[in-house]
Design a protein around this ligand. Sequence first.
Ligand code: PMP
Length: 292
Amino acid sequence: MAAQPFDDRDGWVWLDGEFIPHRNAKVHVLTHALHYASAVFEGERAYGGVVFKGHEHSLRLQKSAKILGFQVPASAEDIDAAKSELIKKQGFENCYLRAIAWRGSEQMGVAAKRDDVHVAISAWEWGDYFADKMKGVRLMIAPWRRPAPDTSPWNSKAAGLYMICTLSRHAANDAGFDDAIMMDWRGQIAEGTGANIFFVRDGVLHTPFPDCFLNGITRQTVIALAKARGIEVQERAIWPSELATFEEAFLTGSAAEITPIREIAGLAFKPGKMTEQLMTEFSALTRRKNAV
Ligand code: PMP
């Protein structure tokens, strides 16, 4: 049976301060965001009815909008409250949430200052991001690179930045891989198409320094968890020539959580002790009700 399309579901969407029936949450074809990617969004998960790091996600939504030159028409506290209420109304315990803010229809063209800004939040039940998550995923090297910091608003979770992510993910899937890792404009390892990346060697965690891609909330959580356990974490430039020297590798993201990697472009990795320990600790933290 085909999956239920996202625009044809029961339930509620919070749109500009009100809950409306899910199927009525529509925008016009002449919407600036649709033509010019003037939208920013968040992906979050709730565990046991509580959004993990929900307030940080609300603040990041506002920061992303500010970087694109517009303001989300709701305070972070209002967004937090709307997310909690939405989960309750939907009757979800564990779910994914998608907040989005975008420029509307008052002005069409490159200039957009007269467009009203809208904000919406939806939620749905979503299991593992990858079908084979626990076995470890297979990644290829993406055909697209993360752009240089002066060629994109890289620290905004902006819709437009996902164009090369979708193309890279499709290229990977077409070649029989689960996903791709993207190099940056210099040729250094950057991240996955929707997640950050970590490596393990001799008990030390290594992860690329986020100077042209999103410093994920899950990434920061994993670094804090590791440091609290006395594990050394090196945030630094990592070149692809180093890949063969790492023993374990994993992805981190709100959707991907911690996903072990078993192959990158022909090189094998073994989801081992460090990955397992961090997965266990991450799931304990997310399921703790006051883990905000
Ligand atoms: N990089 C990209 C491109 C992403 O889409 C995501 C998911 N939001 C991440 C990294 C991880 O960010 P977070 O841990 O905040 O979800």
